[in-house]
Design a protein around this ligand. Sequence first.
Ligand SMILES: [Zn+2]
Ligand SMILES: [Zn+2]
Length: 579
Amino acid sequence: MGGRRMDRFAVASALREMGRLLEARGDSPFRVRAYERGARAVEGVADLGALVAQDRLREVPGLGPVLAGLVAELHRTGRSERLERLRAQMPPGILELSLVPGMTRKRIAALHQALGIRGLQDLKEACEAGRVRTVKGFGPRTEEKILAGIASLDTREERVLLYHALREAEGLLGHLREGPGVTRADAAGALRRREETVTEIALLAAAGDPAAVVEHFVRFPLLATVLERDLDHCAARLSDGLRVELTVTPPAAYEARLLRLTGSPAHLQKLDAIAGTRGLAFDEAGLHRAGAHRPLAVKTEADVYRRLGLPWIPPEVRENEGEVEAARAGDAFSDLVTEADVRGLVHCHTVYSDGKHTVLQMARAAEAMGMQYITITDHSPTAHYAGGLKLDRLKRQWDEIAQAQEQVKVRLLRGTESDILADGALDYPDAVLEQMDIVIASIHNRFRMSSEQMTRRLVTAMRHPLFKVWGHAQGRYVLTRPPFECDMDAVLDAVASSRAAVEVNGDPHRLDMVPQWIREARKRGVRFVISTDAHSTAQLRNVSFGVAMARRGWVRKGEVLNAQPLDAFRRAVRPGAAA
Ligand SMILES: [Zn+2]
Ligand SMILES: [Zn+2]
């Protein structure tokens, strides 16, 4: 007898475990991501049993032959030999321990051997007792870092990615807007501020009869449980575990309420303080004169800000990171980059490396989005696991780009996503790079070098005399892999003084570089490219997430190279142009 059959969710979590084990082992991120993609694909399958029985798993997008074999084995037998082998190769507790920033497989093995550490609890106790510093290679500072890392994990589990929450919110809002007498409905909270991850979806609706709207809302088919409910408010959990909180308000109070529910708390605190100095109070009930009960009439969020002596501040920058002071000093944030400003799609993969669609298919999709240009940037030879192009195939791709160009109006630009090698060199000879329209330079391997080595590697790459864009700068995956360690100030200084720009990557798992560092780059006058990192035509839409991150980093239209028309963009990024 084999083990118990696994349903699709159990199979998906086994695939995720394998992906994470491979990652901890140091396998390529592409391979690791294939397991995550496979897990999501299996979760979306309606009848896994039938597909296995009819041997049709290969038809599921996202399942290659290896993964399809694994899924069938897991479903039929409840186990996988490969998974068991992987588990046996690793020190105990590696998965939870490797969630702690800086805990490499080597370090985990060393701590297991010296102190018998088998999990987070062990590690925490050993750090607190000062035992970790007794192990070779660890010190009191490492202990402190580890403890801080463990503390940051506590809130991690309930978070979901922005794109996931946005998709759920769309469905919920669609339902809500059909509710009785609903005149408006919006997402508020961290989602409206476009934070990379959220813990809940906050929704606001306007209607004359709030109770009827709550009654309508709880009938949404994907609500798993209603947690709390009263006449104008309801908290619930979706079937995927995400928390939703609905507030319904009379239409007249809608905009003041939207501002309150959007936050952030620190931004609102600042507004409250300003209201106080003007003899006003701003709270849940709206904006009113201190002591008076009846709120002042405000039609829009901008009315509230105006009464506080401020221009309207876009939700993405409401973090109390200096935006109120900037607004007071006359910055209305009216030139923050928008999706409509983007003229070209940058950083796109095709079937030549690990993309799903051809050059022509990608071009047609970009054209349908109204774009002026698209850059084709497949991987370079060192990324062999992602089908990186050697010179002969690169030449063939250039021919294909020329042929595709005859069939579309959108301008095709040829480029590469070149690996930054361990010593900071790029992956093609300069003579080849000079023939490209654009060079994106990214790190795809050797993430765990020391901070000094990584800094040297990046500074060397940024100082390379050909113009390049620093791709997915910090190498993070939101929620699963923290940015690699390097001296960001030093690298950004090198970008600022060299022929380089920084990418804001729109892949919803990357959203890299992080907004705090985008702001630091801006202070140095660095220019940006907002990219898609698309591996399919559908992913060209990633550009909207890139724009959201750029806005959170206070990026202005004039600072974005691909917000410029074709000729200006080409001149700005051309690798061969004189320095
Ligand atoms: Zn990449
Ligand atoms: Zn890429």
